[in-house]
Write a protein that binds this ligand. Structure first.
Ligand code: 13P
Ligand code: SF4
Length: 340
């Protein structure tokens, strides 16, 4: 029933309406999307879209990024604005700015803030205001290099695993990294360690990816000695090291596509995507490393999508106030330019 409501409204609006979906959405939602992608691909598309109504099926920071990048005449919607990203909420903007200011002042070093796209707009605004930028899992290596070239060090937030996995790829030594103690309202940061470090890491993580364990990979390797293992870089570094490859959701999709026919591929990321890959590739066996659904991604349903579309003219749209939007856009544009 909801499915036919969605189809009818899409037909009525035609190219005036675009439904975007992240790869972690359910198959039912993916079936209604005009565009699907990873965080970087979706952010890149906003500027190119002609549609006036853009409905974002994903978590809130994704719709918010679209609202930062939208054209004047475009309106951005999310079917359930309570669909937050647990990791994004681990770096509140006030605390980020307080700690960054203290580090700049007390170390005398030029530290460039680099926010993972999984952050609230206010954190991206802090990055925009302090010569920093944003990255996604697809371009973290390029953007960490970008930040290191512009300062004495980089403050990477909120994902510590992505920070470490990216630093490993860039060959940054363990001694040049420090994890920030953000407790005590930001007063616990070890300034001596911060002054010596090239990479200052916020201690955030994604619970969906943190859950995977190396012994799960070892178990699959025992059962399927020829299996390929690919994981998302939000997984802990020991997982990434035990896997054959790691990358963004789009990378994982390509990895499975490019694997030889008959291959067994174990994928460590959100389960909706892994199950979809298995269903699409009849000639391959695609197995989840473990069952791990993102409950916030799951808040988007055909029901709330249909209800939003039925009321789209009067629905409340995603908007970001200018004092946040302008510097946050600057931070996002630096990323889009650096990765053009
Ligand atoms: P991607 O940018 O790789 O799609 O990842 C987004 C995300 O939230 C992963 O948990
Ligand atoms: Fe956030 Fe993790 Fe869900 Fe991705 S999978 S949206 S990082 S909580």
């Amino acid at each position: 029933m909801y499915s036919s409501i969605i189809r009818d409204i899409k037909a009525k609006y035609g190219s005036r309406l675009a439904i975007l979906g992240h790869h972690y959405q359910s198959d039912a939602i993916i079936g209604h999307t005009d565009l699907k992608g990873d965080s970087l691909e979706l952010a890149r598309q906003i500027d190119k879209l002609q549609a006036e109504y853009i409905v974002f099926c994903g978590v809130h920071f994704m719709a918010e990024s679209a609202a930062i990048l939208r054209k004047e005449r475009q309106r951005i919607f999310i079917p359930d604005s309570s669909a937050g990203c647990v990791m994004a909420n681990m770096a509140p903007a006030d605390l980020v700015e307080f700690i960054l200011k203290r580090i700049l002042k007390e170390t005398g070093k030029k530290i460039i803030p680099l926010a993972y796209v999984n952050t609230p707009a206010a954190v991206k605004a802090v990055c925009g205001n302090y010569d920093g930028s944003v990255c996604t899992s697809a371009n973290a290596v390029t953007m960490m290099k970008w930040a290191l070239e512009r300062g004495d060090g980089v403050l990477f937030l909120p994902d510590k695993n992505l920070a470490m996995n990216t630093a490993d790829k860039l060959g940054l030594s363990a001694g040049s990294r420090c994890e920030l103690d953000i407790r005590g309202g930001g007063m616990n940061v070890d300034m001596k360690a911060a002054a010596k470090s090239r990479l200052l890491m916020w201690p955030g993580l994604c619970p969906i990816h943190q859950r995977f364990k190396v012994n799960q990979i070892e178990e699959f390797r025992r059962r399927y000695p020829d299996a390929l293992v690919a994981v998302h870089p939000e997984c802990p570094p020991e997982l990434v090291q035990a896997a054959d490859a790691d990358g963004s959701t789009s990378f994982l999709i390509k990895f499975v596509e490019q694997a030889p026919s008959g291959a067994t591929i174990v994928v460590g990321t959100e389960t909706n995507l892994v199950n979809r890959l298995d269903a699409i590739h009849h000639d391959k066996k695609v197995i989840p490393l473990g069952i791990s659904f993102c409950s916030n991604m799951a808040k988007i349903t055909e029901k709330n999508l249909a209800e939003l579309l039925q009321n789209i003219e009067n629905a409340s749209e995603e908007d970001v106030e200018d004092d946040i939007r302008i510097p946050a856009r600057k931070a996002l544009e630096r990323m889009l330019e650096a990765c053009a």
